[in-house]
Design a protein around this ligand. Structure first.
Ligand SMILES: Cc1cc2nc3c(=O)[nH]c(=O)nc-3n(C[C@H](O)[C@H](O)[C@H](O)COP(=O)(O)OP(=O)(O)OC[C@H]3O[C@@H](n4cnc5c(N)ncnc54)[C@H](O)[C@@H]3O)c2cc1C
Length: 309
């Protein structure tokens, strides 16, 4: 067995990559199949994911759009009761941030709304693979001509005034933590999540060094009797898990895996939600293993975005 410390990675390198690359790099965390990424693998991966309904992968990329529209058109959009969209009224129209999933499902539900149709056309013409199955270039409106839409660059989003920056800047963080921490993180509903799946990952494989990885518990100091007891429990669990894998599937064998099991999870949300998470998860009331990872993350993100204070 392997025992490692928890850690996090802010995924800002991915923010400068295209939609498909971003979605594939995030999506492969579930299967731990990052080794299959090639220069041509992103588009087929995204198409397959969409066809299979693994929808949360499509939440892992957002677009921020400036839509010039009349107050009546903005009201008509609200009448569609858009869910999971960040909307702000500006002088010349709406500032809208949403994930690929949001735009796909909104279009499927309200295709006749000019703003929704315009956004689908704007994104679909540039990235048809993202709208496969829901949007068809042949029959689509050419609404871009009547409804001017522009996509903000990452630098333009980063330069928005603080209030808008907090709402429209989405930041992804990959955590490598124990299963107890992931259980708590996923309670934050405005976030999108993707996590390593114990159903698909078979830790007896070479790519996992044929062993289970555990997160060192911050509660017990190495060398103490408590730490020895914990280590014994993990070693015994790993033995039973590997034995079960000889005759059953990972989804069956995983039923013996404990909270200390290492899990990778990507959390993707706007800065406003990160601020909320830090307020809840860095105080003395928070679970210590959660604080162990959230306190340094909060400090790092606040350096980049003082609006998070
Ligand atoms: C110290 C601590 C102890 C905890 N103990 C337990 C426990 O024993 N058992 C347990 O089950 N959970 C527990 N929790 C989880 C906690 O109850 C929340 O579910 C979790 O922290 C998510 O936070 P949230 O609900 O404030 O906001 P999020 O889910 O992060 O949502 C962000 C904001 O969106 C809004 N929002 C989202 N969804 C809704 C909604 N459906 N209705 C209205 N507003 C919404 C709210 O304004 C909210 O502030 C604990 C959390 C902490 C920090």
């Amino acid at each position: 067995m392997k025992v490692i410390d928890p850690y996090f990675q802010i995924q800002d390198d991915l923010d400068r990559k295209g939609f498909a690359v971003r979605l594939e790099e995030c999506g492969r965390i579930c299967y731990k199949s990052e080794e299959l990424i090639t220069k041509d693998s992103a588009l087929p991966f995204v198409s397959k994911i969409a066809a299979h309904g693994h929808n949360s992968v499509l939440e892992m990329a957002v677009a921020t759009l400036q839509v010039s529209c009349s107050p009546a058109q903005a009201s008509a959009l609200l009448a569609c009761q858009p869910k999971f969209l960040i909307l702000d009224q500006r002088e010349d129209g709406l500032l809208i941030t949403g994930s690929i999933r949001t735009f796909r499902e909104l279009y499927a539900r309200c295709p006749d709304n000019p703003i929704i149709n315009g956004i689908a056309a704007f994104l679909g013409e540039r990235h048809p693979y993202l709208f496969e199955g829901v949007w068809d270039a042949q029959s689509a409106w050419k609404t871009e001509e009547v409804l001017p839409i522009t996509k903000l660059t990452l630098d333009e989003v980063e330069n928005l005034p603080a209030k808008l920056l907090l709402r429209h800047r989405y930041v992804g963080v990959k955590f490598v933590v124990n299963r107890a921490v992931t259980h708590e993180i996923v309670r934050h509903r405005p976030c999108s999540f993707l996590q390593e799946s114990q159903r698909y990952c078979r830790y007896s494989q070479d790519k996992f060094d044929n062993q289970v990885t555990f997160i060192k518990p911050m509660f017990y100091t190495e060398g103490t009797e408590e730490f020895r007891l914990w280590s014994r429990a993990m070693a015994e669990t790993e033995k039973i898990y590997l034995r079960l894998l000889e005759t059953s599937t990972p989804q069956a064998a995983r039923t013996v895996l404990p909270n200390s099991c290492k899990t990778e999870i990507i959390v993707y949300c706007n800065l406003e939600e990160w601020r909320h998470i830090f307020r809840l998860r860095t105080t003395k009331a928070a679970e210590p293993s959660m604080r162990e990872i959230m306190v340094p993350l909060a400090s790092e993100l606040r350096k980049r975005y003082p609006a998070l204070e």
